[in-house]
Design a protein around this ligand. Structure first.
Ligand SMILES: Nc1ncnc2c1ncn2[C@@H]1O[C@H](COP(=O)(O)OP(=O)(O)OP(=O)(O)O)[C@@H](O)[C@H]1O
Length: 291
């Protein structure tokens, strides 16, 4: 099910350049102390799309999410969300209400509360107080239960969140975003530090979430990206270097060059140790190695 696209106040639909896009970043420039991090960046995502954002260290991936969520301010450009709202004019705390959920790399959960209470608190203190009095706001309990099942934590609902494994904490935090029913979910390296099994389950979870929401995932783990990505955007020096299916993107000579820096390259039979860039990060290049 795809979310219904918004109409302008005159009912004529979204501006033509943003039609069909949950997010439309236009000519976005961000600089820190005179150093340009995002350079007139154009980037867009369609409704109900799951997109992976990759790129070498320092490419500007986190900065893009910071600007979308109001954590950093751009020098110029526009960020149109849901066809009409310019996010540049919004504060960080307003984003949840608008329908943008962000997850940082480290899980931010309430360790001393139960899994269930974490979701309950996220839904708002009104729900918490109501539950202390013996009831829930109508629909909250159902929403919490559905979210617990979606993130695979229904059997751990009564457990203290601090006792969860690293992967389970990440799923709980994803659940804390989902329970707020965001239209766009922004996830920064969601599988960092996870076991192989946890990565698999996270990939399946993201695909399920991507069926009815838009999801932007910043990720360095290229094995994970290859397995679960539909469309990939490669950011380099604050611009989109390449975009498309992973198979296509990882063959792009520009992408190979960007990841491997200025080292001399040669073809190899397979990946293995070649899947390291000059800074030591795993990259999406299987057939090239720096000598
Ligand atoms: N608040 C800030 N002040 C100054 N410089 C910053 C700030 N935030 C980011 N930068 C710089 O902007 C550049 C891009 O950083 P960013 O974190 O967006 O890259 P990234 O693509 O997410 O990299 P990584 O994959 O290593 O996380 C880096 O050179 C970084 O040092």
């Amino acid at each position: 099910m795809r979310p219904v696209q918004p109409q302008n106040s005159n009912g004529a639909g979204p501006p033509p350049e943003t039609a069909g896009h949950i997010l439309s970043v236009q000519s976005l420039t961000v600089s820190f102390d005179g150093f340009t991090v995002l350079d007139e960046l154009d980037f867009s995502m369609e409704y109900g799309e799951m997109r992976f954002l990759i790129g070498p260290n320092g490419a500007g991936k986190t900065t893009l999410i910071d600007v979308i969520t109001g954590k950093s301010k751009p020098d110029s450009g526009r960020i149109i969300f849901d066809g009409a709202t310019d996010l540049r004019r919004r504060q960080e705390h307003q984003l949840v209400r608008l329908g943008v959920g962000r997850k940082f790399q480290t899980p931010a959960i309430f360790s001393s509360l139960s899994v269930y209470e974490n979701l309950e608190v996220t839904l708002g203190f009104r729900a918490k107080i109501t539950s202390l009095l013996g009831g829930h706001r109508r629909g909250d309990a159902d929403r919490i239960q559905a979210t617990l099942e979606q993130v695979g934590l229904d059997r751990r609902a009564k457990d203290i969140a601090g006792a969860l494994s690293h992967g389970e904490k990440q799923w709980l935090e994803i659940g804390m975003l989902l329970v707020q029913e965001p239209k766009l979910l922004l996830l920064d390296e969601p599988v960092a530090g996870m076991t192989r099994r946890e990565r698999e389950r996270t990939g399946e979870l993201l695909q399920a979430i991507g069926n009815d929401r838009s999801v932007l995932v910043v990720e360095h783990d290229m094995e994970f990206v290859r397995q679960f990505a539909r469309t990939v955007t490669v950011l380099h020096l604050g611009k989109v270097l390449s975009e498309g299916p992973m198979d296509m993107v990882q063959q792009d000579p520009e992408v190979i060059r960007a990841y491997l820096g200025h080292g001399k390259t040669k073809r190899t039979e397979s990946g293995g140790a070649a899947n390291q860039n000059v800074a030591g990060s795993r990259v999406g290049v299987q057939a090239v190695v720096v000598e």
